[in-house]
Every structure is written in C-alpha cells, then in structure tokens.
Design a protein around this ligand. Structure first.
Ligand code: FES
Ligand SMILES: [Fe+2]
Length: 399
C-alpha cells in the first residue's frame, strides 16, 4: 500500500494541457532570435492591454502609448460620438508624431512638422499647400487605425488591422471569471514603473508564484503566504484558460500582523492579509485561507484582485534583455480618515514589496545570459512559470 501524499498541492480547477514536469530551457530567455519570433508571433498577434476607459472620460481626451516591441506608438482618442479609437501616432505625410504630449484633450491633431491636420476620428482634414501635391486624395491619408476594443473598461489594441479573433473570444474564460467584478467602482490611487535589464518573461515570472515570498519578502510579508500547512507558498488553486491563467494565493491563517497592518485593518482594507470582501469574480474556487487572485492575461498583462483593491501590471519587452513595467493600483472610495490611512498603508507596503521583487531580476538575467545554466528546474510551486513558457513556445512555433 502506498502512503497517501500528505503534501499541500495546488488544485487546478479547469482542464489543463500536459506541460510536463521537466526543466525549462534557458534559451527563450536569452536568445535574440527567439525574441524576434516573440515580437512577430506573440506581440503582433495578441490583444494587448494599453489603458482604462477612465483615462479618457470626455470627447477629445487622448493618451499616447509608446509600444517598443511593436516599434510604434499608439494614440487612443475618444471621438465626439463617445467611441474610443486607436491609431498609430504617425503623420501620414512624412512620419512625424501627430500627438506630442502623452495625454490631453484636443479638438483634432496638428502635425508639428508641416501642419497637416487630422480630426478625432483620424480623417485628414487639411494640409497646407494642398494644390502643390499631385493627385493627392485626402481619403487615402487618414491616420492609420489600430484594432481597438474594450472589455470591462480595459482598452486593448491589436497590431493586425483586422484580427482573426475578437477580443472577447481571445480573453475567453479569463474574462468570464472577472466579467462581474466592478472595476468601474474603483479609483486610481498610485502608479509605479521601472525599466529593468531583464527579459520580459524573467520579469513576469517573478510575479506569478509565491515560492519566493518567504525569501524575497522576508522583511515585508515574511509569513503571509507560507505556513504550517503550506510551508513553501503553493497557490491554493489555479485555473488555466487557453493562453491565460489565474491563481489564488493562499494566506497563512497564523500570519502575525505588524502594528501598522493591525491599524490599517481596524479602520479600512489593506493589501496586507486581513478580512475578505465578497465581490463577484474574487476567489472563484472559494478556497479556504484566500488572500488574493493573480490573473494573468497572455502575454503581458496582470490584474490582481483582493479585498477592496485591485492592481494591474503591464510588462513590455524592449529587447531580449530589457523590459519596462508599469503598475497601477486602484481602490474603493475612502470615506473616512481611517480608510484613507489603510489605503496609504497599501500604497507604501506595495512599494516596499515591489522594490524587493525588482531586486532579483537583473542578477538572474545576467547569469542566464552567461551560458552557465542551460535549463531551469521548475516545481509545482511555479506552475504559472511553466504555463507561461509553455504558451510562449506554442505561439512561437505556430506557422
Ligand atoms: S510629417 Fe506631418 S505634416 Fe509633414
Ligand atoms: Fe513578490
């Protein structure tokens, strides 16, 4: 008779592909050739999250998003009809940017080079000296559109003018899980960003497993998601939705709060482990000892949802060994000074935790690039790391 396995395991509650248990190759994290394939086969073929609708509340509001991996800059603008449209921020005359501020409100756009003008829906309205251009039809020289669509207030763009798969279909079960989460009720309270000499997957992989928490975060949340029952920080449950995945972070019921955490939870809701707020889409498997969910939208966007807050990460490749990252934190209205204190506690606790997360990336990337390691042994505790690379390889190998 075999002894029953008494170890803590992550329950995978959706169908999952066979991803094997062997080590992962280092090559995809360091190869410039592989990176070029990722650019073509992943970033030019996936819907990419770029903004929230609250950033453009009124007609004429616009934001500019440089996307280095696509070698372009995207201009998102809300038209007079209320529709948010996306364009390449490129003048169709000789290529100057038509919007030179990163956000604002405009009646239309005037190119700073020779003064061509475009209206909010991208049409070329006028050009100085038009009579000197031979046979130029204005209708041919509108701003080049980018496929743009919105899910639950998140604006996504797609490199292909007519994507084969619509946004909703692409998001699949990942969107269904969060369809009813009330993102629109939350306020943006903080933004953190960084530019790091690390591959985008090295970067992402540090953010969707909790195995590192007891070491990397030993000064901030040392006992938060590992404890007697689950000593190494496995996720409670995980869900795989095609290329996307979602994991519920286990919380240690014996976590010892710091005095400031105790105070934050006395008056409001903090990122530190504490009470549960029941919002649709949270803790989808109703795991016991639940802290928060990490929802990873392939290829590079996270929405982590917890009690009274959610935050997002966008990881943007620059080159094979350089990436940029942006975090946006959102919270419910703070109605009292105590709730405001709890929100400030979240803001600074997350800042400290993120500094810790950023501390490992450049060392790891440099070491992988040295050629010393050929493969990486990855455990059940790092199931999301395995699934991310599995999906990347699948997309890169597509015709
Ligand atoms: S490049 Fe824009 S008007 Fe010439
Ligand atoms: Fe971390």
């Amino acid at each position: 008779m075999t002894k029953p396995d008494e170890k803590f395991h992550t329950q995978i509650t959706t169908p999952a592909p066979d991803m094997g248990t062997g080590p992962l190759p280092v090559e995809p994290y360091i190869s410039a050739e592989f990176f070029e394939k990722e650019r073509e086969k992943i970033f030019r073929r996936a819907w990419l999250e770029v903004a929230r609708v609250e950033e453009l509340p009124n007609p004429g509001d616009y934001v500019v998003r440089p996307i280095e991996v696509l070698k372009t800059s995207i201009l998102l603008v809300r038209g007079k009809d209320g529709v948010v449209r996306g364009f390449h921020n490129v003048c169709t005359h000789r290529g100057m940017a038509v919007a030179i501020c990163d956000k604002g409100n405009a009646q239309g756009f005037i190119c700073n080079f020779h003064g061509w003008t475009f209206d909010l829906d991208g049409r070329l309205k006028g050009l100085p000296g038009e009579e000197y251009f031979a046979n130029l039809d204005r209708a041919d020289y509108g701003l080049r559109p980018v496929a743009t669509d919105t899910w639950n207030g998140f604006i996504f763009v797609h490199w292909e003018p007519e994507p084969k798969i619509g946004l909703r279909e692409f998001l699949g079960g990942m969107a269904t899980q969060l369809d009813d989460y009330p993102f629109a009720r939350f306020n943006h309270i903080a933004r953190y960003s960084a530019r790091v000499k690390a591959n985008w997957k090295t970067f992402i992989d540090a953010f969707h497993e909790a195995y590192h928490v007891m070491m990397v975060h030993r000064h901030t949340v040392p006992d938060a998601c590992a404890g007697q029952e689950n000593p190494y920080g496995l996720l409670s449950t995980a869900r795989i939705y095609g290329p996307h995945h979602s994991g519920s972070v286990w919380v240690n019921p014996n976590h010892k709060p710091t005095p400031s955490e105790t105070l934050a939870w006395k008056y409001g809701m903090s990122f530190a482990p504490g009470d549960m707020v029941d919002l649709p889409g949270l803790n989808p498997d109703k795991s016991a000892n639940w802290w928060f969910d990490i929802n990873v939208f392939f290829p590079n966007f996270f929405i982590d949802v917890g009690p009274g807050w959610y935050f997002t990460y966008n990881f943007w490749p620059v080159s094979v060994d350089e990436s940029t990252w942006e975090m946006n934190i959102y919270q419910l209205d703070a109605e009292t000074a105590g709730q405001k204190f709890a929100q400030e506690h979240t803001k600074v606790l997350l800042r400290d935790i993120l500094y810790e997360d950023l501390s490992t990336l450049e060392f790891a990337q440099k070491a992988m690039g040295s050629g010393v390691l050929k493969h990486l042994p990855v455990s059940e505790m790092e199931i999301a790391v395995r699934h991310q690379l599995h999906t990347v390889q699948e997309w890169v190998n597509r015709p």
